[in-house]
Ligand binder design. Structure first.
Ligand code: CUA
Length: 338
């Protein structure tokens, strides 16, 4: 008993801390808050039911246990109309009470109400094992790092290119399945700026656990500036090393690298759609969908042999690049930092 008490307390203390980056117990927006309130309501009902049932059970076990000195046969009964009505009615009442806020929440978290005013649409596309984010109205595409303005309702339309994934940003909204040939909807609104962590929460293959993403919540001004920069397109590199990297990226020597067949860099020859859009790869904080910090060293390791950092990744190794060529590609990508 002491051990289970200790374990429960430990679990409570470590599982629900407010400082954790991925906790639904510290909502930063209306959707997550609504969902937490439903969770709390059902949790209290469950605790109440658990307590009452356990108490009755303990009482019955103690009260009606067999006694050495009592050899009599207990009264034989079959069924109890009163009890059966009671334990049918009580759950019906409890479920009806819980159903009202649950159904309401299901509708209110599906799409923002008119009271939210102007909204913005972002399309979320799941891929093994990364997320693409498309802003159709702004004609901007990014990957694994979602930029959104603070205090604005963002409508998300989710679909998948391959298998079923699930999209979850614990502090902003609960999970929504990301299913091929189907568009699911949800919405988020962040009431504070900062970084929010998310991840795929449906087993989707080898690298499922390494399918993370980040949500960067910024002021409306910062967001507008970001969109404008992205819309302006990428700048042609001036540095000769980066230019050499660009040529390699675009398949100058296919035996060494043909990055352009899988990746897009806006406004260039590279228009592949298999891998993430890399137009602002230099500005992203991580590589491989949240697997490692994005810096020169990790980018080199990633281009050379991504499978070492992310087992299962679909990107190929590049064993034939010389160090000089690898440095050139990395210089080109590092320069895409707007
Ligand atoms: Cu995608 Cu798990």
């Amino acid at each position: 008993m002491a051990l289970s008490l200790l374990l429960t307390t430990g679990a409570l203390l470590t599982g629900c801390g407010k400082d954790l980056p991925q906790t639904p117990f510290d909502p930063a927006g209306p959707v997550a808050r609504t969902q937490l309130s439903v969770l709390n309501l059902t949790l209290w009902f469950a605790i109440g039911i658990g307590t009452v049932v356990s108490a009755i059970l303990i009482y019955i076990v103690l009260r009606f246990r067999s006694r050495l000195d009592d050899k009599s046969v207990p009264t034989q009964i079959h069924g109890s109309f009163k009890l059966e009505v009671l334990w049918t009615l009580i759950p019906i009442i409890i479920l009806s009470v819980v159903a009202v806020p649950t159904v309401k929440a299901a509708f209110s978290t599906y799409q923002p109400s008119a009271a939210e005013g102007e909204t913005m649409l972002v399309k979320v596309i799941g891929n093994q094992w990364w997320f693409a984010f498309e802003y159709p109205d702004q004609k901007v595409v990014t990957a694994n790092e979602l930029y959104i303005p603070v205090n604005k309702a963002i409508r998300l339309e989710l679909t998948s290119n391959d298998v079923i994934h699930s999209f979850w940003i614990p502090k902003l909204a609960g999970k929504t399945d990301v299913i091929p040939n189907r568009v699911n909807k949800m919405w988020i609104k962040a009431e504070e700026t900062g970084l929010f962590y998310g991840q795929c929460v449906e087993f989707c293959g080898t690298a499922h656990a390494l399918m993370r993403f980040r949500v960067q919540v910024v002021s409306q001004e910062e967001f507008d500036a970001w969109i404008k920069t992205r819309q302006a397109g990428v700048q042609e590199p001036t540095d000769p090393v980066a230019l050499a990297g660009k040529a390699l990226f675009e398949g100058k020597n296919p035996a060494k690298a043909a990055c352009f067949t899988c990746h897009t860099i806006d406004g260039t020859k590279a228009q592949g759609k298999v891998g993430p859009n890399l137009s602002n790869i230099g500005a992203r904080s991580t590589l491989g969908a949240g697997v490692v910090e994005n810096n020169e060293q990790t980018l080199k390791e990633w281009v050379r042999s991504p499978r070492i950092l992310k087992p299962g990744v679909k990107m190929v190794d590049h064993p034939n690049l010389t160090d000089e060529e690898l440095n050139a590609i990395v210089a080109y990508l590092r320069g895409l930092n707007k």
